[in-house]
Design a protein. Sequence first.
Length: 435
Amino acid sequence: MIPRYSRPDMVAIWSPETRFRIWFEIEAHACDALAELGVIPKEAAKTIWEKGGAAKFDVEKIDEIERVTKHDVIAFLTHLAEFVGPDARFIHQGMTSSDVLDTCLAVQLKRAGDILLADIDALLAALKRRAFEHKDTITIGRSHGIHAEPTTFGVKLAQAYAEFSRCRARLVHAQEDVATCAISGAVGTFANIDPYVEEHVAKKLGLKPEPVSTQVIPRDRHAMFFATLGVIASSVERLAIEIRHLQRTEVLEAEEYFSPGQKGSSAMPHKRNPVLTENLTGLARMVRSYAMPAMEDVALWHERDISHSSVERMIGPDATVTLDFALARLTGVVDKLLVYPENMLKNLNKFRGLVHSQRVLLALTQAGVSREDAYRLVQRNAMKVWEQGADFLEELLADKDVAAALPEADIREKFDLGYHTKHVDTIFKRVFGEV
């Protein structure tokens, strides 16, 4: 995690203090269940909660113990025993390290998912507000980076809203899938601990019992979670790249907010660069990169190995912290985005009516001209616009073959911009349920 791209609430989830507190809660809840079953004294379970719950775990001391034991969970349990006293012997009864580690990771990923869902909700709110603001703002749609046909800037933002709505739904599912608890002991057979303990701990921590954990929770769950983060990051990049393109000097249809005192270049004082969205492109690459090792973690040896452990210690915090920052940054970009309708209209008209070529083509075919001939007639006039800077409408009106098929009024009518926006309300109703 790099502080530059981190926000405190998400960082806190992955702090050693938080991790050890979750470990303690897992162990203490398990002790409560064991006490109910009569495996350990109820007074011992009470003492563990009272003394362990009040403890302030010393991260440096735990690390010091681990340097000797070479085992993080044992180091923690040794430190915890210093607070609990003799009753500490009842802690971790019938459990294995993965019961603690995997259940803790599930809690952390669930909490991280909650923050990411809140981030997406904030982004959706910003996109919806700006989409309705520019529902009727005419702009040119582009395919292959080339002028295609008119659309509205609101429709562009509605598309992003729909995409991030899908992202949200995927994350809800992935979060639910990864939020499982395993308290099943060595190789996951419950030989030394009753399944009731797992059910109890799961309920207390807001998780579901893992149906069959083998000793570790199956990593296909984690792979899906991190893959989902990668897809969300790709959607972040898609919108960021759209804004970067629109901010290009030759286009300048929209741009990132440029704050007072901001500098764009150390060498060129005139510069206003899309630094935020460029940064988002880079952050998206990083989040996507964490999906691959998560998928490689699925194939562990037999009932368990720890080849996944080092991977998850890195990608757990890095992927969630980075995506949290990226979503918040994108929300800020959308919220303050400067939009220039005049430039949009100017760019749309740059090639003097060329964007209406399909309407003329269709009108010719409906008038009885074959599609091949209609395409040839329209294209030969369109090329004069591209190559000579001619006016498309004037060229069509002067073309005897076109005029023979279409009256002048019909040709002129095909240049009405309103034709292209007549179903915008339908699109908005599909996306937002309202217009």
